[in-house]
Design a protein around this ligand. Structure first.
Ligand SMILES: [Ca+2]
Ligand SMILES: [Ca+2]
Length: 276
């Protein structure tokens, strides 16, 4: 007889556990707002805050950390670019002046200009202009206004100073939230701006992915047969009785046929010597 006994095996499993991470590559995402913008301070559109003040891009559901920000103003035209004040405010409240009092006053003018503001650009916009028309160009944020005079809160109810001049001030936080572009014409003479929209370009480093790690888990293994232990030697083992042959009974039965008592006794004595 044998017994069945289940044994346990230890397996090494790869499981995703929080806490350990693997770096992921950054990627750039672009968001658009195509609301047409022009000054709304008077009936002729010569000065004052833009149609949407601010013009807002709401980013939602983008995990990770912003590592770089650039902004593009699409199809910008002006008969007096110096009038333009433009600031970008991030979800965390950082304020960057993209351009102010750049490219000269009327008769300096430009049209159909698409400007991207990028800290890594090789140069600034010209202070006194002219700035070329019909160009798709990239410049550093360019502010030629006396900082004491640059104040969106006084001229249009926008964010008060201070404003930085580096888009890097907008990096380091979550992409999610409201990104606000404030544009203002600060001079009642000449039309300062019209543009069809703007793009927000965010370089985002995704959140670290969970790294595989090792956890030990015990799971049931295959069954194993093992022999039954032998009986203890100190315990007596009963001896089996020999099987009956029937020879003795047959001989005794024949003894009844003997004639004399003596003959029957002698016969039984002989029969008892036979096996059962
Ligand atoms: Ca200004
Ligand atoms: Ca103006």
């Amino acid at each position: 007889m044998k017994l069945l006994r289940s044994t346990g095996l230890v397996w090494l499993l790869l499981l995703a556990l929080p806490g350990l991470t693997v770096a992921a590559a950054a990627e750039t995402r672009t968001f658009l707002n195509l609301d047409h913008e022009f000054p709304t301070g008077d009936a002729n559109g010569l000065f004052g805050p833009a149609t949407h003040y601010p013009s807002t891009i709401t980013v939602a559901g983008v995990p990770g950390t912003v590592t770089k920000v650039t902004a593009t103003v699409i199809d910008l035209g002006s008969s007096s670019p110096d009038d333009i004040d433009m600031a970008l405010v991030g979800p965390d409240g950082a304020q960057v002046m993209l351009m102010s009092d750049a490219c000269g006053v009327s008769p300096s003018r430009f049209e159909e200009v698409t400007l991207t503001f990028d800290d890594a650009a090789p140069s600034f916009l010209s202070d006194n202009g002219p700035c070329a028309s019909g160009q798709v160009s990239t410049f550093k944020p360019s502010n030629y206004e006396n900082p004491e005079l640059d104040d969106f809160s006084k001229e249009g109810g926008g964010p008060p100073p201070p404003y930085t001049n580096a888009l890097s001030a907008l990096a380091g936080g979550s992409p999610d939230g409201d990104w606000k572009l404030y544009v203002l014409d600060d001079n009642a003479a000449a039309i300062g701006f019209t543009f069809v929209g703007w793009a927000l370009n965010l370089e985002v480093e995704p959140p670290p992915a969970p790294a595989p790690t090792i956890e030990t888990v015990t799971v049931p293994g295959p069954s194993t047969t093992v022999p039954t232990p032998s009986p203890s030697p100190s315990k007596p083992v009963p001896r089996a009785a020999p099987a009956k042959t029937g020879k003795r009974a047959a001989a005794l039965a024949k003894c009844k046929a003997k004639k004399t008592k003596g003959q029957r006794a002698k016969c039984r004595q002989k029969a008892r010597q036979l096996p059962l």
